[in-house]
Design a protein around this ligand. Structure first.
Ligand code: PLP
Length: 389
């Protein structure tokens, strides 16, 4: 990290730990489908998927066909399921790269079939979320789709929309969703249709509805070692370790006289002479801009140091008056629970969920495999020679 002044640390041993911990909760027959959409929740799509392949994970879920093709081009082995909509015009791509596609509604099924290209699909069933899926009551249309020639139906699934909640009405609703899904399965059997592989649970589905026994569990956030907020209680407890941290170095320090202000909008007024340090991480790197107004802070040598003034696109300013901080000191911007600056803390303070904070991280900061001391992703090749070709 000698040359870096801000970076994302990835701990692959933690990724493996989380996969093994979650697998312990799954029935033997249930395949762990690693959800790596949105750049693997900000952790780096190709690096994460490649690592998961090396530890035996061969089932992946993504949101978009672009992500699936990227995985294939990087040589990722196993099944890849696209959860989101794909245009029928891209059927050939699905076929060429052996990508499984979700059927998002009856019209989508028909349009995909009409392309006359054999593709593998999972049919999504809408059991109450009312976003994607074929309504669980539209059995006749569903049965007709099972007779299609070009859609090879490998799976059928639904998605739960309040399975993270322990409130009774939410638990009741989730159980209704689950019942509706199994009702569809029973109807298929009545119609003598072979039931494909089934799946229902995402991370919270596994943690709160552990008795379900499906062919896959689609695991995103928990695999990355965190939950969506820091106050979520789950039925099953699982020992998770966060995979990602964001660190930076203090790059500049200045003394600002009493009465002066800091940053855009002059929102922060220095009541006393203030020692201000600058850290080269901003909202363009995924730190929510409103973190400052929510009492945002960073950690330096175990101490909470407050962010003062607006978080800028590329940097933030902190008040180090009370601390002994020098240029080059390492700052933890996102750490683990034990550092008192977990992504759960930040998400909860900013009134969002960790899923949003992580998935908005982009590729500007290099991602570093902390154990191997290897930089996996830098935005620029510094070698002048190779730049010139
Ligand atoms: C994103 C997603 C998941 C993973 O959800 P987590 O809560 O992160 O585990 C599972 N299923 C579908 C359909 C998704 O879109």
């Amino acid at each position: 990290m000698e040359n870096e002044n801000a970076w994302i640390e990835i701990q692959y041993d933690h990724l493996q730990h989380n996969v093994l911990e979650i697998k312990k909760l799954l029935p033997k027959k249930t395949t762990f489908m690693a959800v790596v959409k949105a750049n693997a929740y900000g952790h780096g799509l190709i690096q994460v998927a490649t690592y998961l392949n090396t530890i035996g994970i061969t089932s992946f879920g993504v949101a978009r066909i672009e992500e699936a093709v990227e995985l294939r081009k990087a040589g990722i082995k196993g099944e890849i399921l696209v959860f989101g909509y794909t245009s029928p015009d891209q059927c050939q791509v699905l076929s060429d790269y052996d990508i499984m596609q979700t059927v998002v509604d009856v019209e989508h099924a028909r349009a995909l079939e009409e392309m006359n290209i054999p593709i593998k699909v999972h049919i999504k069933i809408d059991t109450g979320m009312h976003r994607l899926g074929i309504d669980f009551q539209r059995m006749e249309e569903l049965v007709a789709i099972f007779q299609y020639r070009y859609l090879c139906i490998e799976g059928m699934y639904t998605h739960l929309c309040v399975c993270d909640s322990q409130q009774q009405d939410d638990v009741d609703f989730t159980n209704q969703q689950i019942d509706a899904f199994y009702q569809v399965i029973e109807s298929l059997k009545v119609h003598q249709i072979k039931v494909p592989k089934i799946h229902i649970q995402s991370s919270y589905g596994v943690l709160n509805y552990p008795l379900l026994s499906c062919d896959y569990a689609r695991i995103g956030i928990a695999m990355y070692g965190i939950l969506s907020t820091d106050d979520h209680r789950t039925i099953r407890k699982v020992n998770l370790k966060p995979v990602l941290s964001i660190k930076a170095k203090v790059i500049s320090i200045r003394t600002v006289p009493a009465g002066e202000t800091i940053g855009y909008g002059r929102t922060y007024v220095c009541h006393n002479e203030t020692q201000v340090a600058v850290i080269p991480v901003g909202y363009a790197d995924g730190i929510p801009r409103n973190f400052e107004t929510q009492g945002g802070y960073v950690i330096i040598r175990g101490q909470k140091v407050p962010i003062v003034g607006r978080i800028c696109m590329d940097q933030m300013t902190i008040d180090i008056s009370q601390y002994d901080v020098k240029i080059g000191d390492t700052v933890t911007v996102i750490g683990h629970k034990r550092d008192s600056i977990s992504v759960e803390n930040i998400a909860t303070m900013c009134d969002t969920i960790t899923n949003e904070v992580l998935s908005r991280l982009n590729n500007r900061l290099p991602r570093i495999d902390i154990k191997a001391k290897k930089i996996y992703q830098t935005n620029i090749n510094y070698s002048k020679k190779s730049n010139l070709g």
